[in-house]
Design a protein. Sequence first.
Length: 159
Amino acid sequence: MSMLAFLEEQIGGQALGDHLTAAVNNLTQREQITRAEAYQRITELADAGDPAVIAATRQTWVRRADLGPEEAPVRRLYILERTDTGVFVAYVDIDAAADVQDYGYACALPDKDLQLNDHSEGAEFGVDLLELYELENWEPFEFLLPTVGTLGNEGERKS
């Protein structure tokens, strides 16, 4: 199954079209290219699973099978919000080796990163972090789409 087929299965054709159109609009504004060229580029990147195109609010990403906890200490990430500069994620780590001092959130992060395990605010990371992960699930509310449309808020959280 192609990534585009997987995405359509997750959220439906209309929502996927809205999401990709928002990415196309953003690309044409940033790079001053034709819409046809932007659609082709965005569609190819989405089908390749490029997180810069497909990352959106209410997605769960799981650590790639070829990586271990040394490269990506958190097994699952949930995107709370997508911004122009990155993503706000909550850690959803169900590894058996999780520590017992995280109040039930089962996060196996190194001690220096435990302050990032905030399930209400999330931690902000660049979208490139998602290169270590694969999209597992996407459960957007229709009224939140297109989530790429939130691009342009320069990394500031909405209240």
